[in-house]
Ligand binder design. Structure first.
Ligand SMILES: Cc1cc2nc3c(=O)[nH]c(=O)nc-3n(C[C@H](O)[C@H](O)[C@H](O)COP(=O)(O)OP(=O)(O)OC[C@H]3O[C@@H](n4cnc5c(N)ncnc54)[C@H](O)[C@@H]3O)c2cc1C
Length: 376
């Protein structure tokens, strides 16, 4: 059976596919979303939902900042269940070396128009009284915020559907064909453009794609309103996020609008098994306790894992495939896909429509990545 044809088929109804669908429809394109399981049920449900401006590279900054401004544009339209919370981030400095990183970050952000505030030992303690004594300071980024990602994905899908998109829910794409996709049930859907937005599953549809799974653990507590006010991240996070070793943990904690605390995070390569790794989880919680000793008195409700889709240079793949001109990629967002979904959607649609984008697209083009690039 062949379904009616579309301008664009989007494979994957995570936050990235959902944002791309809403953006395509906004531009008048006829869109089909094909989602194997449920909207926002992949990494989007597993992630933290921290909308954060990052500065690992100019390209990462450009995409996170652009995306953050797009989230600000849409924030008043987000339904209550998206739990948008402009709580800001504090990057916590434990020693003088990390305080030097605060100065570097402060200069980087300020030069680029992002509001930041350097905190000394006393002001970091006042800002977050449950942090342990003896920390050296921190950097507050008030423009960062938090959302509940699966509901945001559903919001963008609903928006796309309200403007004419079709959703093929519970339908897995088996194969990307010359004129569309073939589903696992044998039916086909045709379109001028196919977008692979299947996150960490994207290589299952394109074996040559150099995207690897990077596993993460999270824990959520019971409700403790006012225990925290900001998302807190240790400055050592950057060292561990780029660790060359297989496993790393870092202190990263988020106050939810429900009063719960979401505790992260860990990173593991070359692990396909979604089971909780008890020893890594203990290391992660021990790290959190080092910063917030009072956590030990609180009850946790649940722990889970998820898979980030990692590229060798830690930037997403956004734009045309190098071998099939009808195929576009919107994948490889590693630990920033919630934040960068909206920027990704704009850049993707600009390329489909052959328009110039608000930020240079070169760093994210799939053509930059060759098969030989290795993951570090
Ligand atoms: C522990 C952890 C913490 C994180 N914290 C943050 C954070 O604080 N901030 C942030 O910005 N990002 C964070 N991230 C990253 C973020 O969650 C991801 O980058 C983002 O969710 C990726 O979205 P996606 O739509 O690309 O992928 P997914 O949400 O995984 O969606 C892909 C979808 O494709 C579907 N699919 C797969 N194969 C097929 C097929 N063959 N046919 C049809 N459908 C298919 C899947 O069912 C799935 O729904 C975190 C990730 C993890 C794991």
């Amino acid at each position: 059976m062949t379904a009616p044809s579309y301008d664009v088929i989007i494979i994957g109804g995570g936050i990235v596919g959902a944002a791309c669908a809403a953006e395509c429809v906004r531009e008048g394109l006829r869109v089909a979303i094909v989602e194997a399981k449920m909207i926002g049920g992949g990494a989007t449900a597993a992630g933290m939902g921290h909308l954060v401006v990052m500065d690992d590279s100019d390209a990462q900054f450009a995409l996170t900042r652009y995306s953050q401004l797009l989230w600000e544009e849409v924030r008043d339209e987000l339904p209550r269940e998206v739990e948008y919370d402009p709580c800001g981030t504090i990057w916590v400095a434990a020693d003088e070396e990390e305080m030097r990183e605060v100065s570097r970050k402060q200069a980087f952000y300020s030069e680029r128009g992002v509001e930041v505030e350097v905190l000394d030992a006393q002001s970091v303690a006042e800002a977050e009284p449950n942090l342990r004594a003896g920390l050296v300071g921190g950097l507050r980024v008030p423009g960062d915020s938090v959302i509940y990602p699966p509901c945001a994905a559903q919001f963008f899908v609903n928006r796309a559907v309200a403007r004419g998109a079709h959703v093929f829910l519970g339908k897995a794409v088996q194969e990307i064909t010359a004129d569309g996709v073939r589903l696992r049930d044998g039916s086909t859907i045709s379109a001028g453009v196919v977008v692979n937005a299947a996150g960490s599953w994207s290589p299952s549809l394109m074996a040559r794609l150099n995207v690897k799974k990077r596993k993460g653990h999270l824990v959520i507590t019971d409700r403790y309103p006012r225990f925290l006010r900001h998302q807190l991240v240790e400055l050592g996070y950057l060292k561990s996020a780029h660790s060359l070793t297989a496993d790393s943990v870092a202190f990263n904690i988020q106050p939810r609008k429900t009063g719960q605390l979401l505790i992260g995070s860990s990173r593991q390569y070359d692990v396909d098994d979604s089971a909780i790794d008890a020893s890594l989880l203990s290391r992660m919680l021990a790290r959190a306790l080092e910063y917030l000793p009072g956590l030990g008195r609180l009850s946790s409700l649940r722990a889970w894992t998820g898979f980030r889709a990692a590229t060798p240079d830690k930037l997403p793949l956004i734009g045309p495939d190098t071998e099939n001109e009808r195929l576009y990629l919107a994948t490889g967002h590693e630990g920033l896909g919630i934040t960068t979904s909206l920027g990704t959607a704009r850049l993707l649609v600009d390329q489909i429509l052959n328009r110039t984008s608000a930020i240079p697209v070169g760093p994210y083009l799939p053509s930059r990545v060759t098969g030989e690039m290795v993951h570090v």
